[in-house]
Design a binder for this molecule. Structure first.
Ligand SMILES: C[S@@+](CC[C@H](N)C(=O)[O-])C[C@H]1O[C@@H](n2cnc3c(N)ncnc32)[C@H](O)[C@@H]1O
Length: 354
């Protein structure tokens, strides 16, 4: 049995209000759909963890079949991995979160040695692959961000609706959100609220944090969330601390740094013809993925000062999706968290000249 801490509690971000309700019902629908194909997707004892986004599209693009070796860099509740396993592939599922690995191990035990849950960060995937001897991957998936379980479990400290320690670490290592809020300068805090949260009141919130922490250090999510709510008041349906919590989460977990480190090594890990699929939820992430895929899929590059175009030394991919794939209306209606998601897919080209 899984620990009680995995039991879903209550929703978090504005969009998660609907998400949690939507995903709860969504899971029941999904469970019924799976039942017709194969029993026991999530066993009855397993509490809800996360509803997988763009699931059919991921399977369609990654083309899993028996004999293919794939890595899921964001295992989470194991929903995408399960679909790849059902189609016959062997899957190495990486997650830095022990709750995710425990949950997925239980959910996917029936696939025997075709599945392995691996502790680590996807930014370190080259080292993980080398140490474990994964040679020539046929597919890699990243489904970025946090799981519903992480958001909905107050003790993890991601939630501004549920009181808990101001933590926000996906793995157990490194500085917590409280460390940042209590020790970073006003300018540093302002910068991340602005850059990662796109928070227009970044200046006001950072100034308030500095004066507030002189009186009382921040230790609980409620101290930060309630304080921001008092400072800004309520407008619209989203909690006024939404963007600050998002920025702190992204910084604590170095989410953009992880993505950049992964993108540098991914081509070396894929077989020719192997595919890479990435689901993003944030415009900053999506821009990084889009630009990297675009730059690596041009055979030639050109500059006005050159007499002629030259071969692109970074040419390694063919674009499988020209535009980011968005979820359909039905999926958004069932799971509103999927609304901002975009799926981009590339394929490693077969005959590289360099
Ligand atoms: C959106 S959830 C994945 C859900 C999963 N695709 C499913 O269908 O259940 C993202 C997961 O990725 C993990 N994660 C995020 N960044 C990571 C990183 N850099 N390295 C390893 N795991 C990471 C989180 O801990 C979380 O469990």
């Amino acid at each position: 049995m899984l620990s009680a801490s995995l039991i879903k509690t209550s929703p978090d971000f504005g969009w998660l209000n609907d998400v949690s309700i939507g995903s709860f019902f969504g899971r029941r629908e999904m469970g019924a759909a799976y039942a017709a194909v194969e029993p026991a997707s999530e066993s009855p004892e397993q509490p809800f963890y996360h509803e997988s986004i763009l699931l059919d599209e991921v399977v369609q693009f990654l083309q899993p079949v028996a004999g293919k070796l794939m890595a899921d860099g964001t295992l989470g509740g194991g929903g995408h991995t399960e679909a790849l396993l059902k189609a016959g592939a062997t899957v190495k599922g990486i997650d830095r979160d022990a709750d995710a690995r425990a949950y997925a191990n239980e959910r996917l035990a029936r696939f025997g040695d075709r599945f392995e849950a691996v502790e680590g960060r996807f930014g370190d995937i080259a080292t993980l692959a080398e140490v474990r001897g994964w040679e020539g991957l046929d597919g890699i998936l990243l489904d970025l961000g946090v799981s519903s379980h992480q958001l909905d479990c107050g003790a993890r400290g991601f939630s501004f609706r549920l009181d808990g320690p101001l933590d926000m670490r996906m793995g157990g290592d490194g500085p917590t959100a409280a460390d940042l809020v209590n020790n970073w300068s006003e300018a540093e805090l302002r910068q991340i609220f602005w850059d990662l949260g796109e928070e227009k009141f970044a200046r006001k919130i950072a100034a308030w944090i500095i004066s507030e922490r002189e009186k009382l250090k921040f230790e609980r999510t409620s101290h930060l969330a309630d304080g921001i709510e008092k400072l800004l008041g309520r407008r619209g349906r989203n909690h006024p601390a939404t963007k600050v919590f998002q920025a702190l989460r992204m910084e604590v977990n170095d989410e953009l740094g992880e993505l950049r480190r992964f993108l540098k090594v991914a081509p070396d890990l894929l077989k020719p013809g192997g595919r890479l699929a990435i689901i993003t939820f944030h415009s900053l992430e999506d821009r990084i993925v889009k630009q990297t895929f675009r730059d690596a899929s041009k055979e030639e590059i050109d500059r006005p000062e050159w007499p002629a175009p030259q071969p692109n030394p970074c040419y390694v991919y063919r674009l499988v999706t020209r535009k980011g794939i968005a979820p359909g209306g039905q999926e958004i209606a069932r799971n509103s968290r999927s609304r901002s998601s975009r799926l981009r897919v590339v394929e490693k080209i077969q005959n590289l000249a360099h």
